[in-house]
Design a protein around this ligand. Structure first.
Ligand SMILES: *[C@@H]1O[C@H](CO)[C@@H](O)[C@H](O)[C@H]1NC(C)=O
Ligand SMILES: *[C@@H]1O[C@H](CO)[C@@H](O)[C@H](O)[C@H]1NC(C)=O
Ligand SMILES: *[C@@H]1O[C@H](CO)[C@@H](O)[C@H](O)[C@H]1NC(C)=O
Ligand SMILES: *[C@@H]1O[C@H](CO)[C@@H](O)[C@H](O)[C@H]1NC(C)=O
Ligand SMILES: *[C@@H]1O[C@H](CO)[C@@H](O)[C@H](O)[C@H]1NC(C)=O
Length: 528
């Protein structure tokens, strides 16, 4: 209880080079009042504990920003560790999602921190990104991209020291999507602020990924193909059906999308009947244009010459998020989607810009311009993580192979680039592709269970994760647990063991890195 009495502003005096603290609030909060969620990392426990909520507002003088760092310090159960939780989408953190993850961290005894990077919690950047048409708020973007991450570590650790009288024994980062990107930003730019980093579905190739996100709509507009959602759903489901068993086990999951590319051709489904299309309420057949949209989606964006700009989501990933059409009038049209903000706010720099009917060339030119202007600020693809290695840091990434938004191949691509520079990459960085998992959650597969526990064991005891685990719902309705293997290993089912539902019938085996990946990692083969 002595600690609860210290939960007052006078206990804390964080300082930050280049930063000026504007205000600091501190008060005890009972965890039971915070919305909790078991779907986040780390897993939540139901313990009822309280924490000191310290909220620091600071500015970078001269930059006209105001950034909030919120740190929660366990009053009774501190495990002597510090855990920063990443954001999602256009949010650096301090959202409902980060609150749920922080609540789980508090239940496990971590001191935990999040930052809003001064951007609030808007779902798109329009409130801050273009202070006037034609201009981008570079300081705010820099806060989002990089500087807020170092700041929150410095501020959060200072609060820990003031409250408990000692530094955290170990510090960790955990996040998915933008949070995963932030983790790799830290690995590349601030390699000694955390001992262990867990990054899911990282948005590290921000400009190329933006182009991949616009590609399905761009392709539909270029060709005038606007399929019904039910056609695209039927094609994605057929891909799972055809490719599910390629690993020897029928379980509703595609575990090897590369092999699937050779086995499944959407064209073969043209003319297949869909008995009850949800958009028409009746029977329709799969059209040639739907098959072409699906192929273009999984293939990824290409220039006019046919050069690859980036990967598409892996085959089997759902199509209807990015290739969405609106058929409510009986005639299907394209819809606005996630990728266009890159073009609107960062290339046109005008909130009123709309994507209607760009030619292929105009689209590629705008993408190229995005790459030229923002790659150095928003793409985090530097494979030189030697400083992380020297600092003894450990890095785990994971990516859902059914991610319909951020191409899972991009994270393999990054791992391959790092592996090329570091033959001993496995000693400090491992990557886990996750069959069936959508974007951070959702899909037929489940998120990895307990990667934070595993990175703790790696950092603190030197026990590297030779596999991870996930739970998923088998098509027969049972919950099964499956191993996940560090890339480029893959999970192998020992058929003689007799039961694929049994975890110990599975092991991780070596495979040659797929030719598709190893030959494509040379930058020169990419357009731009
Ligand atoms: C922590 O304090 C800040 C500032 O008063 C407040 O906005 C925030 O909601 C608090 N968090 C919780 C979980 O109570
Ligand atoms: C600082 O930001 C506020 C809005 O947050 C704006 O009204 C003001 O004009 C800005 N000042 C400068 C000097 O840019
Ligand atoms: C679909 O189009 C209709 C008619 O133009 C429109 O009213 C509706 O808002 C659109 N729905 C979506 C999700 O865009
Ligand atoms: C896009 O252009 C095509 C022809 O190039 C035209 O048929 C179509 O109506 C246009 N769509 C929009 C939304 O302007
Ligand atoms: C995962 O599934 C197993 C059964 O296979 C179950 O015992 C375990 O509690 C599940 N774990 C989580 C976190 O859901």
């Amino acid at each position: 209880m002595a600690l609860a009495a210290s939960c007052v502003p006078e206990t804390f005096a964080p300082t930050l080079f280049g930063g000026l603290v504007l205000s600091l609030e501190a008060s005890v909060v009972d965890l039971s009042t915070v919305a909790n969620s078991a779907s986040t990392q780390p897993s939540a426990s139901s313990e009822d504990v309280s924490f000191c909520n310290v909220t620091v507002t600071y500015t970078h003088p001269g930059q006209n920003d105001s950034i909030i760092v919120e740190t929660w310090l366990p009053v009774d159960n501190w495990n002597e560790r510090f855990l920063a939780v990443g954001g999602g989408g256009w949010n650096a953190g301090r959202t409902a999602g980060t609150s749920a993850a922080m609540a789980a961290a508090i239940a496990d005894g971590y001191a935990t921190v999040t930052t809003d990077a001064g951007l609030g919690s808007y779902s798109d950047p329009s409130p801050w990104v273009n202070p006037s048409p034609g201009n981008v708020n570079m300081q705010y973007l820099q806060n989002f991209a990089t500087s807020s991450l170092n700041d929150e570590a410095i501020i959060g650790k200072s609060l820990v020291r003031s409250f408990y009288g000692s530094d955290p024994a170990y510090s960790y980062w955990s996040g998915c999507s933008t949070g995963g990107r932030q983790g790799l930003t830290i690995a590349q730019r601030y390699p000694d602020i955390y001992d262990g980093i867990v990054s899911g579905a990282p948005v590290i190739y921000w400009t190329r990924m933006g182009m991949a996100n616009t590609w399905p709509q761009q392709f539909m507009n270029m060709h005038g193909y606007y399929p019904y959602g039910c056609e695209l759903e039927a094609i994605a489901a057929a891909a799972v059906e055809v490719c599910d068993g390629l690993d020897g086990v029928v379980d509703g999951l595609i575990s090897d999308p590369d092999a699937c590319l050779d086995s499944f051709n959407p064209q073969e489904l043209v003319g297949t009947t869909i008995s009850n299309c949800s958009q028409t309420g009746g029977e329709i057949t799969i059209s040639e244009s739907a098959a072409k949209v699906a192929s273009a989606f999984w293939d990824g964006p290409r220039t006019v010459k046919g050069d690859r700009v980036w990967y598409g989501p892996s085959i089997g990933a759902g199509l209807t998020l990015l290739a969405a059409t609106n058929c409510s009038t009986g005639v299907c049209v394209a819809t606005e989607n996630l990728g266009w903000p890159l073009f609107r706010y960062f290339v046109a720099k005008d909130a009123s810009w709309v994507s209607n009917n760009l030619s292929h060339e105009a689209w590629a030119d705008m993408g190229h311009s995005a790459f030229q202007q923002w790659q150095s600020i928003m793409d985090f693809d530097d494979p030189d993580i030697s400083r992380l290695q020297r600092a003894g840091g450990k890095l785990l990434t994971y990516h859902g192979l059914a991610d319909p938004m951020i191409p899972a191949k991009g994270t393999e691509h990054y791992y391959e680039l790092v592996a090329r520079e570091f033959p001993d990459v496995h000693d400090f960085y491992r990557h886990f592709p996750v069959p069936g998992l959508g974007h951070c959650s959702g899909g037929a597969g489940g998120p990895p269970l307990g990667l934070l526990t595993q990175i703790r064991a790696w950092v603190e005891e030197g026990t590297a994760p030779d596999h991870a685990k996930m739970n998923f719902t088998h098509p027969d309705g049972t919950t099964q647990t499956r191993i996940l293997c560090p890339y480029p290993q893959k999970a192998f089912y020992n058929g003689r063991c007799g039961n694929a539902a049994k975890l110990d019938c599975w092991s991780c085996v070596n495979r040659n890195a797929p030719a598709r990946t190893s030959s494509s990692t040379s930058r020169n083969q990419w357009s731009f």
